[in-house]
Design a protein around this ligand. Structure first.
Ligand SMILES: *Cc1c(COP(=O)(O)O)cnc(C)c1O
Length: 389
């Protein structure tokens, strides 16, 4: 790590330790790929690979055979292109991996896309027209995906725009259309009626361009079955260990382990309260461990009096409010010899899966991961397991 020697060791001892298992991400990608085949399995690495580090994740997946990546913004696309270009594992490829930018082309941004060989997902007629202008200027149709809104009401051509486009097909003449996409609103609820409604709308719209590859499924969509796979699936969350389907066992391997450091342990007697706002009151003699992670690290404040940690074989309740840099746990049940200063407490990991942390915080695993802070000592594991198929 940076700095090497003694100073670094002190820093490690003072901080939380975040371990990201790239091997587990690759295993998860293979599971999704096998599930979706013969469709191709892409990887969504937007928001810095859901907070886990796209410059590590994308090369690991490319080495395992992933050919298509999705990011949200141009800057993310440039970062992933640089990481993939630098990665030795992809150097001997004939075709370099494809990168799609979901949020489309910002006005005037066309040159950056060409320079970094990024493909926009075109979300409106205005973006289509601007991309066609860029293609005419380049003297060749430039590749892009087209997003059809089938029920998210967020991005993509709505039904009116789809009709206008169908009436004026020449608007696409200068565009190298490589993919039609749409996005599911309720894929994690297999019985939700919107899934079949969106599917019907997507199939009807895509039938007008039978030659074009289609992509519909996010992580959860992969588990809705083959009718949702089309030619390319776009999982993100499941790669990072988040359960794809609500109220079902999670088939994905855990990826993230977050350990906090115990800074102090104190015995308190009643009547005493813990933390800001005195929101927790000890009901008897209690042992409190103060841990080196707070909401500034993305350990969400909504975990106050709701979260848990795991230490010395015990699941222990988070008591009081999460502060900026510190969190307190009731460790009365833990044998004192397991609680020396510097001991590690699991905050996310095999005993505290990311979805359980999210539920305690009243949110979703996506937000827990993308909130993970920058102060942690980060360890990447298992990236060298490169097997092509
Ligand atoms: C984020 C995103 C995905 C990936 O979704 P997950 O639920 O994380 O698998 C796929 N497609 C689009 C358009 C997205 O915005």
């Amino acid at each position: 790590m940076r700095g090497g020697d003694g100073a670094a060791v002190t820093a490690i001892a003072a901080q939380g330790v975040l371990t990201i298992d790239l091997g587990a991400i690759v295993d998860n990608w293979r599971l999704l790929r096998d599930r979706a085949q013969p469709a191709e399995c892409a990887a969504v690495v937007k928001a810095d690979a859901y907070g886990l580090g796209a410059s590590h994740v994308a090369p690991a997946l490319a080495a395992a055979g992933c050919q298509t990546f999705f990011v949200a913004t141009v800057d993310e696309g440039i970062g992933v292109r640089e990481a993939l270009t630098g990665a030795a594992a992809t150097a001997d490829r004939t075709a370099e991996p494809v990168i799609y930018v979901l949020n489309g082309v910002p006005p005037g941004g066309e040159a950056e896309f060409a320079r970094w060989r990024l493909r926009p997902v075109l979300n409106s007629l205005a973006e289509i027209d601007a991309w066609a202008v860029a293609g005419r200027a380049a003297g060749r149709p430039l590749p892009a995906a087209l997003h059809l809104d089938t029920g998210m009401s967020r991005l993509g051509l709505d039904e009116g725009e789809q009709r206008r486009l169908a009436a004026a097909p020449e608007r696409l003449a200068a565009i190298g259309l490589t993919l039609l996409i749409s996005h599911l609103a309720c894929a994690d609820e297999p019985d939700h009626p919107l899934n079949t409604e969106q599917s019907q709308r997507f199939n009807a719209a895509a039938a007008m361009r039978p030659a074009c590859r289609r992509s519909f499924a996010n992580s959860s969509g992969v588990f809705l079955g083959p009718a949702y796979h089309h030619q390319l699936v776009r999982p993100g969350a499941a790669l990072y260990g988040i359960a794809p389907t609500a109220n079902r066992p999670n088939p994905m391997a855990g990826v993230v382990t977050l350990l906090g450091r115990v800074l102090q342990v104190r015995e308190i007697d009643t009547p005493r309260t813990v933390g800001y706002g005195a929101t927790h009151r000890a009901s008897g003699p209690t042992r409190i461990a103060t841990v080196s992670v707070g909401y500034a690290d993305g350990f969400l404040r909504s975990l106050s009096n709701h979260g848990c940690g795991f230490i010395g074989g015990h699941t222990v309740p988070l008591v009081g409010r999460v502060s900026m840099d510190l969190t307190t746990f009731d460790v009365t049940a833990v044998p004192p010899e397991r609680l020396i200063a510097g001991a590690l407490i699991e905050l996310i990991g095999p005993n505290r899966p990311v979805d359980a942390v999210a539920e305690a915080a009243g949110t979703i695993g996506y937000e827990v991961l993308t909130s993970l802070g920058r102060r942690y000592h980060r360890i990447y594991r298992g990236g060298a397991r490169a097997v092509t198929c």
